[in-house]
Design a protein around this ligand. Sequence first.
Ligand code: SIN
Length: 177
Amino acid sequence: MSAWIFGYGSLIWRPDFPFAERRTAAIRGWSRRFWQGSTDHRGVPGDPGRVVTLIRENGAECWGRAYRIESGNGDEIFDRLAYREKGGYDRITLDLHFSGTQAEPVPGFVYFANPENPNWLGPAPLPDIARQVRRSHGPSGANIDYVLQLAAALRGMEVEDEHVFALADLVKGGGTP
Ligand code: SIN
């Protein structure tokens, strides 16, 4: 037996756990947004950075990476991910649609920050999000690196994400002061 874990944020470029297989996959009816505050990775308490979560959106697709893990490793991997994603993320199960196949979707575990969690920041104008990203740092590094690494990983996968790419352009270009 094995299980799938789907990453749509830092889990795309830094899964940090052993996996048997990695595939490009999408979850349908969800969009990626920089609406989650980070006080333990890309910001600090009282001065949070911004990281991605998912919002429901009819007709949308959010592309990311699906990792198949062997059940023998499962407990250790899920403990590690529970610690890493403890800043407001719940583990939920969603259908994963693999790239390049019409096959039936498979269930996968996804880390989702819902609007009730204490670090939720919600929507803001993109230039404001860019300013927050540019000034934020946390134990895992600069917030700007999270945005740029996510954008680079998505481009490497030939995946479009208007929200992420627009934010990456703003933070790179300096945005508005
Ligand atoms: C994910 O990558 O799937 C969850 C959000 C994050 O850790 O950046």
